[in-house]
Write a protein that binds this ligand. Structure first.
Ligand SMILES: [Cu+2]
Length: 430
């Protein structure tokens, strides 16, 4: 298709005019006194709620047409996975904080109570709002003192997937778990015949010295606990879908330092939204891995057309390890004959591991309050990944929204040991 100069000129003028109108509306929404309600508030029944695996959604009350939320910034005791409990900071008793969910055009009011031992603020990452509501301590507001409650009020001017986090002592507060996701549904839901399964996953990374309960907020590298929604596999709840469903996964990353290439097995997907807005259809391409840099959201969509248990994980190999996979002595290929007895005299119960690879590390004895470097039990043995690892479980039919257990493969569709007859037939000499 060729575009004539005149067509190009016409469409440029039209686009310019449209942009002008849009920016005027946007400006009217962003400056001056609080605008009237952009639209009547829509109840949660007007949209398919987003599921936050291992998490929850922040409740609200409707007061004179405004959705009123209450966020409490506070210390929380949190279990990363069975065996590892940490002293974190979060919101409303959780890290990540509860999912904030509303609809484009909603007028919202957030009361933020500070129960931390130091001041804080909330920055609404990606939202368009009056500058004074942006939550940057010192720049747009005074920090919220210990014990005080501040009010934030604005209109959700656009749909999308956003985040919230403090903009005071960011390094400490974010590293300790003060992160959360925001989903604003479009006022007019896009038309589509497929059932939608909508999930939100926040990537995070922690440095938790072996045996300790307090994550190290000073860490710049060597993060040893990698999480989705602050859970490390095997504690990550699976995402589920039925064959034919549209699966939307909203990925966010507010970890301190690392970007995460999140890989999904079994499907190709497209990035349909970022925290900047929808990606035009003409600008999308198929992917199996999406990089989620620090401080961004990436929304991926796919049609679940194949049943099975499909792994979804960060593709950085150290990000699918748990605590004990870091800072260990490299014994690969070493002659460790007799080492157990000799070291055992000094360290009772010592067991040398890792000389033939790390696949047996799940068997090692663990210090108190720490988790094995490897994941959990699978239907074929140990799944030797932990950390930022979860599953998309697709079934012909689901019984509710819980974990359907392991996939039962049709006969003849599982990799298995080759028979001698097969080897001979195909001329393979192992
Ligand atoms: Cu990663």
């Amino acid at each position: 298709m060729s575009i004539s100069r005149r067509t190009l000129f016409r469409s440029t003028v039209a686009a310019g005019a449209a942009a002008l109108v849009t920016s005027k509306v946007a400006l009217a929404q962003r400056v001056g006194p609080p605008p009237p309600l952009a639209a009547p508030p829509l109840p949660p029944t007007a949209y398919t709620p987003v599921v936050m695996p291992n998490g929850s959604t922040l409740p609200f009350e409707l007061k004179a047409g405004v959705k009123v939320f209450h966020l409490v910034a506070e210390p929380v005791t949190h279990e990363i996975a069975p065996g590892l409990e940490i002293e974190a900071w979060g919101y409303n008793g959780a890290t990540p904080g509860p999912l904030i969910e509303c609809v484009e055009g909603d007028r919202v009011r957030f009361y933020v109570t500070n129960k931390l031992p130091e001041p804080t603020t909330v920055h609404w990452h990606g939202l368009f709002l009056p500058a004074g509501m942006d939550g940057v301590a010192g720049l747009t507001q005074a920090p919220i003192p210990v014990g005080k409650t501040f009010t934030y009020e604005f209109t959700m001017t656009r749909a999308g997937t956003f985040m919230y986090h403090p903009h005071f002592d960011e390094m400490t507060q974010i590293a300790l778990g003060m992160v959360g996701m925001i989903v604003v549904h479009p006022r007019k839901p896009p038309r589509g015949s497929r059932r939608v399964r909508d999930y939100a996953l926040m990537a995070h990374e922690w440095k938790i010295p072996i045996g300790q309960r307090r994550p190290d907020p000073m860490a710049m590298n060597d993060f040893n606990v990698l999480t989705f929604n602050s859970k490390a596999f095997p504690a990550t709840a699976p995402l589920v879908a039925e064959v034919g469903d549209l699966v939307r996964i909203r990925l966010g990353n507010l970890g301190p330092m690392d970007h995460h290439p999140i890989h999904l097995h079994g499907f190709a997907f497209e990035v349909t939204w970022t925290d900047g807005g929808p990606v035009p259809k003409s600008a999308r391409w198929p992917e199996t891995t999406v990089l989620v840099p620090v401080g961004t959201t990436r929304v991926i969509e796919l049609v679940a057309d194949a049943p099975g248990d499909w792994a979804m994980h960060c593709h950085m190999t150290h990000h699918v390890m748990n605590q004990m996979g870091h800072d260990a002595l490299n014994l690969l290929g070493a002659n460790v004959k007799g080492l157990d007895g000799r070291v055992g005299r000094l360290v009772p119960g010592y067991m040398t591991m890792g000389a033939s690879g790390m696949g047996d590390m799940h068997a090692m004895a663990l210090p108190k309050n720490s988790i094995s470097m490897l994941g959990g039990k699978g239907p074929f043995g140990v799944i030797d990944m932990g950390g930022m690892f979860t599953n998309l479980k697709v079934r012909e039919k689901l019984n509710g929204t819980g974990d359907p257990g392991w996939y039962e493969h049709p006969a003849g569709t599982v990799a298995s040991e080759a028979s001698t007859a097969d080897l001979l037939r195909d001329g393979i000499r192992p």
